[in-house]
Design a protein around this ligand. Sequence first.
Ligand code: BES
Ligand code: MN
Ligand code: MN
Length: 458
Amino acid sequence: MHAIYNAIASHRTRFVSELKELLAIPSISTDPARVADMKLAAEWLCGHLEKIGLTSRLFETERHPVVYADRLDAKGKPVILFYGHYDVQPVDPVEQWLAPPFEPAVKDGVLFARGASDDKGQLFTHIKAVEAWLETAGSLPVNVKFLIEGEEEIGSPHLPGWLADHPDLRSADVVVISDTAQFGPGMPSLCTGLRGLAAFEIHVKTGESDLHSGSFGGAVPNAIQILTSMLNALHSENGAVNVPGFYDEVAEPGADELRSWGTLAHSDEEFRASAQVGVLAGEAGRSTLEKLWSRPALEIIGIRGGYQGHGHKGIVPATAWAKCSMRLVPCQTPAHAIDCVRRRVMSLAPAGVHVDFLSGHGSPPVSIPVESQWVESAVRALESGFNKKPVFIREGGSISVVTRFVNDYGMPCLLLGFGQPDDHIHAPNEKFNLDDFVSGIRTSAALIAELAKLDSTL
Ligand code: BES
Ligand code: MN
Ligand code: MN
């Protein structure tokens, strides 16, 4: 690995400036005004992957293109599929950024830009690792594929179809993804579980139109009051989700896993401070790591109704709605969770009031078995790349397509996060530590060497 690590160290400045080029493209998948930029980012990646010695293709979808590239000349050796996403989150509130989000800038060894950590910067570690291998050894000891989508931040609506349509392109011995984070600075981590997601909306309608609050107030139902009391009833006093059946499918982590979480240096006070909140919340009797990693959550993510303009308006509002999102843990299914809340919400609806329950997108949770040769290789690679033994963690976030790889296709999947929990992903001033960027490239290069020692199972 020595020669490859030297190459990575000597190209650090160039690698960072190339990443800055990619970060300068405002590829916000949810913004219709950025469709051309999405295409530009995809084309940039195709061109870059070609330049380092891979064969690349751009696949159009109904929305944003999929980038695919490969180099498959290591006969009989394992095939690694690197997955990442080139789309980023919106930048608002943009006034809270200390520098413009699409003008990447390095300050004290930290790269600031939207997408620096989630996920362009982390994805780029794998591209640069492959490049360093090719430059140093002239060839790769494994077969590599890159699958880079532009719809991760909007729930990957078209990727499952693409995977089904291209079995030969998606097939691999192992999937490698860096779209999670380290447990903390200097704590290389292997993630063994992701929460799933299930979204829903509640719409309340009490009558045909808002009414005068003097002529009707106190004698007719108020849509906002009904909605908020229904929402309130979805949690109990002790912070648990108060929905019959909701916890039925929840699997408790094993004793070994819980014990190993207990050894992680977690401080509730530091966590509280990093979240910039005055107090922590949630289910009584559960540790913060359990709340984030192995317990489901139900969040009200938006609420609207009534008058929101200047001053006051004398009305009894006739309509109100709320958007909610649940984070699901192994072995919950979005369908069961949605069913349970739907029943609960409809049972809370007062007679004579119109309540609509709408279910949105869902994605099941994922868990990664640790007893595998793939995980052993990843542990060795992380230890080599960071000069430190990795820890096993889970994450509270979701990556929709991982459940396809793991649950639908039975593919082993390695979740190696190089970012930090305080990288401000999805928030103003997103950042990526450049030492983590370089350690990530080293890890990825070491992983290629480790996986080359294994037999292909294809
Ligand atoms: N990279 C994140 C997932 C993540 C977040 C992993 C935090 C570990 C820690 C990913 O880009 C993301 O934001 N996922 C969305 C999925 C949704 C849009 C379907 C999420 O978790 O909300
Ligand atoms: Mn991501
Ligand atoms: Mn994200």
